[in-house]
Write a protein that binds this ligand. Structure first.
Ligand code: GLA
Length: 730
């Protein structure tokens, strides 16, 4: 009896609450080469997501998707909302929650119209206009898609014409809604020198939140980048997997909510933590973009699509050249002078890299920058260390036939600095509370236009005085404590306006210096995201350059970022020989941070030879397709290949990551992405002077053989890293 009652209650609840699509309902399929994201209005004109998956040949069939699911009742009727609101029927996490000018907390967004613009032959922009039927409150949802790459960016614009101000309590960029038997979240955590540590788990009911409240250096504990596999954890080559990330360099928040019907709602955007936004009548609030890419053929394909998109459309000069370099950070730390640097400039040439990068410690006089306790903010050359200034070094570099680059950390200030003394109101700190430092420093208030001018000026002055300056390393070492900006009217806007201020500065710099390469560094990988990478050519993944650690880290970053953007330096971290260290750094954008004059003759010769190999292979490593062949997480040998798009040339990096008895490449490793019908030769590169390769480069194999049976790089303790060039012979 009880059962029947429950069932009949459910049926009537369904009739009452599940508003079906009607004849008037509007279906909006957003299709890319392989996928479709389909929106549909219901009888209440609410827009829901009815489908996200492989695209169907017949668009009409999207209308039949909903009926194929016999899930329990959606009491609210808006569980699948494209942009969920608060205060009306929604029972789940909202994307947008507001208090209207009259104090009312409810919001209902109804479909008004939509339009699609073809921006170019690969890119289109869908705009969906939504309006509240009761309040003069509107949202435009944008969905930009790159057809060939299956990449989507979603963001929103929020405005109203109410009589008074509206408070936005939460203002996510976008939502997604997925259906599957189970969902597997792969997320990343970390700290200084431990960036991008993966964890994977099945999502349970309720909300899992990935977020940052650090303000600057926002990725120190975790990035917003994540992946969700449907039904089972995707492998490199199989399974449905969605990658997502917020394009924002400050506090972010990603909510993954598994609801009572076992469906997954993803709501992503800026973190609303301590940040209710007061929106004036007529003002337009634009959220940053939520980026996603879906693959039904595993993680490898998702990465290749994202890499291609990033190189073609996002990263500054993603298809362009990059400079190999010698950095002095670990070679000297703060302890250098003009003579030492001049010697390093000679070493730069001797080594055979393009540029010398002068790191921290070159500035400040009243409080000299001799360690990390003083001087940040006083960007004048230190007269003791550099009596003739940077200009002499730039000239000296030119005389040596190399370029010159420099480190700055313009967003920050040391409490012991003239800048702090002169402009205490430029410093982020609470007026009545003790200061709290991160790496002995504080953050400047980039929400203040005067500070924006100052920060712009730090870099602009360097270029004005030294037009030949060829590279900037832009660092950001502190997080924000005691968030308070002296000149800001509404403190709740601080976190947002800090990041907007940063982007203003970067935009101004790029307008004046459009192409000069800049490295995005944040005490390692504390700031790695696609909003910032529009202004930077590369990022610094981690201060941890132990090559064994880097095999893992670069592997995990590679899910989201192409190698052309990933700086990797050979340093003295780790116990591995120079060959292993160099082979690992060659997977990314190669640099060195060693004392060249301390290298033994053979080590130096090896590095010089490796740089020549890199010069020849860099187009393949940077612009080719990446195939992760064997994971360091579950094999003794990690292997990653890069292949040019013509499938005629490639390189495969193999590293021993386990030192147990007889660990090595016992089984062959299967290549991917080759043309099965072609024949290929494998030739070992970066062979250490005085040793012999055990690879027979005269043999040829069909692509089919290399992908079915595999190749054996002969990795073992005595050959701990092996670089093989793949060359098509027909
Ligand atoms: C940060 C960077 C390092 C180096 C130091 C200099 O830690 O990540 O590469 O530039 O600052 O202080």
């Amino acid at each position: 009896m009880k059962r029947i009652c429950a069932a009949s209650w459910l049926i009537s609840a369904a009739l009452l609450w599940q508003v079906p699509a009607t004849a008037q309902s509007v279906t909006i399929p957003v299709e890319t080469r392989n996928n479709a994201l389909v929106f549909q209005t219901d009888a209440n004109k609410n827009v829901g997501i009815i489908y996200l998956g492989s695209k169907l040949a017949d668009q009409q069939e999207y209308n039949q998707v909903a009926a194929a699911y016999k899930q329990t009742t959606d009491y609210s009727g808006v569980a699948n909302a494209l942009y969920s609101t608060a205060g009306t029927r929604n029972l789940f996490e909202p994307a947008l929650s507001v208090t209207h000018a009259d104090g009312n907390n409810s919001l209902d967004l109804q479909y008004v119209r939509h339009e699609t613009k073809q921006l170019d032959n690969n890119t289109s922009l869908l705009s969906i206009y939504l309006k509240d039927p009761v309040y003069p409150f509107e949202v435009t949802l944008y969905c930009k898609t790159w057809f060939n790459e299956d990449v989507t960016e979603q963001w929103s614009e929020i405005r109203h014409t109410e009589k008074g101000k509206v408070t936005l309590h939460k203002y996510a960029s976008a939502g997604l809604y997925l259906r599957a038997n189970s969902f597997w979240l792969r997320q990343y955590h970390g700290d200084w020198a431990r960036e991008m540590q993966p964890e994977e788990a099945r999502l349970t009911h309720g909300i899992k939140t990935l977020d940052s409240k650090l303000g600057t250096r926002a990725n120190l504990f975790q990035p917003s980048a994540f992946m969700v596999s449907l039904d089972q954890p995707a492998t490199e080559d199989a399974g449905t997997v969605l990658y997502g990330a917020v394009e924002w360099s400050g506090n972010f928040r990603v909510d993954l909510e598994l609801d009572n019907r076992d469906n997954l709602r993803i709501i992503a955007g800026v973190n609303n933590y301590a940040s209710p936004y007061t929106l004036a009548s007529g003002e337009v609030f634009t959220t940053p973009a939520f980026l996603s890419v879906l693959s039904t053929k595993g993680k490898g394909e998702a990465s290749r699509k994202l890499h291609s998109w990033a190189r073609n459309y996002k990263i500054l000069d993603g298809k362009g050249n990059r400079l190999t370099l010698l950095n002095n950070w670990e070679a000297t730390y703060f302890d250098f002078n003009e003579d030492k640097l001049k010697a390093l400039l000679k070493d730069t040439k001797k080594l055979g890299v393009d540029l010398f990068l002068l790191d921290d410690g070159w500035f400040a006089n009243k409080y000299p920058r001799n360690d990390d306790h003083a001087g940040l903010g006083d960007w004048q050359e230190n007269k003791k260390k550099l009596p003739n200034g940077i200009a002499t070094l730039v000239q000296e570099a030119q005389a040596n036939g190399v370029k010159f680059g420099i480190w700055v950390e313009p967003e920050m200030v040391s409490p012991k600095s003239e800048l702090y003394e002169q402009h205490p109101d430029w410093v982020v700190k609470q007026p009545n509370r003790p200061e709290h430092y991160f790496r002995n420093q504080l953050v400047l208030d980039l929400s203040n236009p005067a500070v924006q001018d100052f920060v712009f000026g730090v870099v602009d002055n360097l270029f004005t005085k030294n037009p030949a300056l060829a590279y900037i390393k832009w660092d950001c070492n502190a997080i924000i404590y005691n968030a308070h900006a002296a000149k800001l009217g509404n403190q709740s806007h601080f976190y947002l306006q800090y990041v907007q201020g940063l982007y203003q500065v970067l935009k101004r710099l790029r307008a004046k210096y459009p192409t000069v390469p800049m490295m995005l560094c944040s005490g390692g990988g504390g700031r790695v995201d696609y909003a910032a990478l529009q202004y930077f050519t590369e990022f610094w993944p981690s201060d941890n350059t132990d090559p064994l650690e880097r095999v893992f880290m670069q592997w995990d970053y590679s899910y989201f970022y192409p190698s052309v953007s990933m700086s990797a330096h050979v340093t003295d971290w780790g116990k591995q020989p120079i060959k292993y260290r160099t082979d690992v750094a060659m997977m990314g954008k190669l640099g060195f941070d060693i004392v060249v004059s301390h290298l033994e003759e053979k080590d130096l010769r090896f590095c010089q030879e490796a740089l020549k190999n890199y010069e020849s292979l860099k187009p393949v490593i940077w612009q080719g397709n990446q195939y992760r062949l064997q994971s360091p997480h579950d094999h003794a040998v990690a292997a990653i290949a890069y292949l040019n798009t013509q499938q005629t040339r490639g390189v495969v990096f193999n590293y021993l990551v386990n030192n147990r008895y007889e660990a090595g490449s016992v089984l062959p490793i299967k290549l991917k992405g080759l043309d099965p019908a072609r024949r290929y030769r494998l030739q070992e590169l970066n062979v250490y002077p005085g040793t012999k390769s055990t690879i027979d480069s005269s043999k040829t194999y069909s692509g089919e053989f290399l992908m079915t049976v595999g190749y054996n790089p002969d990795v073992k303790a005595s050959r701990a890293s092996v670089v093989l060039e793949i060359i098509a012979t027909n």
